[in-house]
Each structure stands twice: as structure tokens, then as C-alpha cells.
Design a protein around this ligand. Structure first.
Ligand code: NAP
Length: 336
């Protein structure tokens, strides 16, 4: 029990901080900042939960069209994405450089897909050096979808160095192939197919980027690879704004590590998805953000999205919508 004179002192202290008087301005500001941070973090977390677990994937065939083109479909992510697209009811054009691998994956797709699934293969080495060869390759892809309802293009094929190296140590054919596959081929194929989608008023272009150009400030010893993927990201973001009005959703999907032959991490784990796990999540993201850090069931927190990107996630289906025809773009097929 406090002595009587101590109780008098306590009562005096309480009296000097009357509850009815307003707190000092600095205290109110701190509380407001704290509340803002808590509410913002909670909203970001809830949004992430929604995107990762609750938001349904789109019916891709109904929304965009019944045929899909997948480059680099013979292995890793591309093969898994092709299988998932076929299970989702799309017909497929598989693009790859090895006829044996293409035939094997086509067989796997037909075995996994509904009986109505149609599969076509296009042999195309995306690292070809001559302009004529590149044009011929793209023309084969175009011929495979000519007259068909091409709805989804997945520019997945990717090349990198065989091992980490300083730029001056990388042989010219190696870094040139990285640029040809990751940048040039993706650009050419997009240029050839995107006008078809825009003309019918619906379609989705998915370009596979990389965390090396987005989630880290630099990616030393893989400089050309990381720079090529930065191109893919910005190319996609810009196209997504350009083609929104034509009903075409363009998206850069940004894997972190996925257990494929390209990845230094072999074998899936709770933190490293298998290509199959990755592909399931990747398909569920199509048509939403312009830039999506798909990683198994995890997705972008939304940081860094611009207004146009945010808007794209609420775009209504434009099935059968009449698009304004982008005359300049369909006037002459540059790939021919
Ligand atoms: N795995 C990861 O951790 C990771 C991380 C970030 C980004 N990515 C990106 O994800 C995409 C898929 O990579 P992945 O991990 O699935 O690698 P992957 O298993 O090595 O598969 C790459 C695919 O691209 C094809 N390809 C490579 N060069 C080609 C060429 N010149 N012409 C035609 N096709 C060619 C390969 O064909 P072959 O079967 O003939 O080799 C294969 O089908 C790439 O764009 C990659 O940059 C992967």
C-alpha cells in the first residue's frame, strides 16, 4: 500500500494529463501514420490472398479464342504450360527446334487433353542468324494458325549462358543467341500474331520474363540475359496499354526459380515450384496484371503497377466484340 503522501503525488500526476485535453500534434501524427501503414499492409495482404487463392482463372478458350501458340514447348515451363492449356480445352501450336522433342510433347499433350484437342507442331530454331530464315520460321507459325481462332500466344522460349560469366568472357554466338531467342523471336512472333487478335477484338499475349530483371537491382554474370528480360517486361507493359483498346491482354509473367533444366536449382521444393505447379498458377494469371510475378500459387503483390495495369485486371470479356481495326498494323505482314 502506498503511503498517504505518495497517493497525493499520484493523484496530482493524473490531474496534470487530463483525458479530455487533446493529445499533442506529434502524437496524433504518429498514430495516423501507424494506422495508415497497418491498413495499407492489411489491404495488400488481403489483395494478395485474393489473387493467389480466390481469384478464378479465366475460361481462356471462351474468353480469347480456341487456339494457343506456345514457343519453347518442348521442355520445362513451355511444355507444362502447353499441357495445361490443352487440359483447359485449347488446341495447340507447339513451336520448338527439335522435331523429335516436338513429336514427343505433341503425343503427351494428346494423351492428357480432351479427345477433341488438335495439336500442330512448327519446327523453328529461334536463334537462326539470317533475317530470311527468321521470316520463314515466323511464316510457318502464321501458317499454322491461319484461318483459326488464335486466342493465346505464349512467348516462353528462352536462352541463357551455359554458366555464369563476365560479359567479355561470353562467346559471341552465345550472347547473340540469347538476344535472338529472348528478344528478337518474341518480338517477331508477337508482331505476326497480335494483329490477328486485334482484328477479331480478343486475345492474350503472355511473354515470359524473369525475376533477374525485376526483383533484383542487378544480375551480374548474366548481364545479357537479364537485360533481354528487361526488354520483355517493358515491351509487354507498353503493348498492354497499346492493345487494351483492341481487346488484347498483354502480360509479362515473371518466374523466379522454377525447377527446369535452365534453372541452377534442380528439383522442386516448397519454395521452388515444379514446371507443372508453375504452369497451373501461370494460367490462372492470364488476362489480369500486365506484369505478374507468378510463382506457384503466389502472385504479384501489386507493387509497381501503374493505373493502366490496375485497370486491366477488371477488363470485361470482349467475346465477339467489334474492335477498332488497327489499320496500320494489319496493313502489311512484316514477317512475310
Ligand atoms: N527456370 C527458371 O528458373 C526460370 C526463371 C526465370 C525465367 N525463366 C524463363 O522461363 C522460360 C522457360 O524456361 P525454362 O526454365 O522452362 O527452360 P528450359 O527447360 O531450358 O526450356 C526452354 C525452352 O526453350 C526452348 N528453346 C531454347 N532455345 C531455343 C531456340 N533457339 N529455338 C527454339 N526453342 C528454343 C527449349 O528447347 P529445347 O527443348 O530444344 O532445349 C525449351 O523448350 C524462359 O524464357 C526462361 O528465361 C525461367
Amino acid at each position: 500500500m502506498p503511503a498517504e503522501d505518495e497517493m497525493v503525488l499520484l493523484a496530482a500526476d493524473e490531474a496534470s494529463w487530463p483525458i479530455s485535453s487533446p493529445p499533442p500534434a506529434w502524437f496524433a501524427a504518429l498514430v495516423a501514420i501507424g494506422l495508415y501503414i497497418v491498413v495499407r499492409s492489411a489491404a495488400t495482404f488481403l489483395l494478395w490472398l485474393h489473387r493467389a487463392f480466390l481469384r478464378p482463372g479465366r475460361d481462356l478458350a471462351g474468353w480469347y479464342g480456341t487456339w494457343a501458340v506456345v514457343t519453347g514447348a518442348t521442355d520445362g515451363i513451355g511444355r507444362a504450360v502447353a499441357l495445361e492449356l490443352a487440359r483447359a480445352g485449347l488446341h495447340l501450336v507447339l513451336v520448338g527446334r527439335s522435331p523429335d522433342k516436338l513429336a514427343r510433347v505433341a503425343k503427351e499433350v494428346l494423351a492428357a487433353a480432351p479427345p477433341s484437342c488438335k495439336v500442330r507442331t512448327v519446327e523453328f530454331d529461334l536463334a537462326v542468324t539470317g533475317d530470311d530464315d527468321a521470316r520463314r520460321g515466323v511464316a510457318r507459325v502464321v501458317a499454322a494458325v491461319e484461318g483459326r481462332d488464335v486466342g493465346v500466344l505464349v512467348n516462353n522460349a528462352g536462352a541463357t549462358y551455359p554458366c555464369a560469366a563476365y560479359f567479355h568472357e561470353v562467346e559471341r554466338p552465345v550472347w547473340e543467341a540469347v538476344l535472338r531467342v529472348n528478344v528478337e523471336a518474341a518480338t517477331r512472333i508477337t508482331r505476326a500474331l497480335l494483329p490477328m487478335m486485334a482484328a477479331k477484338g480478343r486475345g492474350a499475349v503472355v511473354n515470359v520474363g524473369s525475376g533477374s530483371s525485376v526483383v533484383v537491382p542487378a544480375f551480374p554474370l548474366y548481364a545479357v540475359y537479364a537485360a533481354s528480360k528487361a526488354y520483355v517486361d517493358q515491351f509487354s507493359r507498353s503493348l498492354s496499354v497499346e492493345y487494351k483498346q483492341y481487346g488484347v491482354d498483354v502480360q509479362c509473367q515473371i518466374p523466379l526459380y522454377v525447377a527446369t533444366k535452365m534453372s541452377p536449382v534442380k528439383g522442386a521444393s516448397p519454395f521452388i515450384p515444379s514446371p507443372e505447379e508453375y504452369a497451373r498458377a501461370a494460367l490462372r494469371c492470364i488476362g489480369y496484371e500486365a506484369s505478374s510475378t507468378t510463382q506457384a500459387e503466389r502472385e504479384s503483390s501489386g507493387e509497381g503497377q501503374d493505373a493502366a495495369t490496375e485497370e486491366s485486371s477488371v477488363t470485361r470479356p470482349r467475346k465477339g466484340a467489334r474492335a477498332r481495326r488497327p489499320n496500320v498494323l494489319v496493313s502489311g505482314p512484316e514477317w512475310a
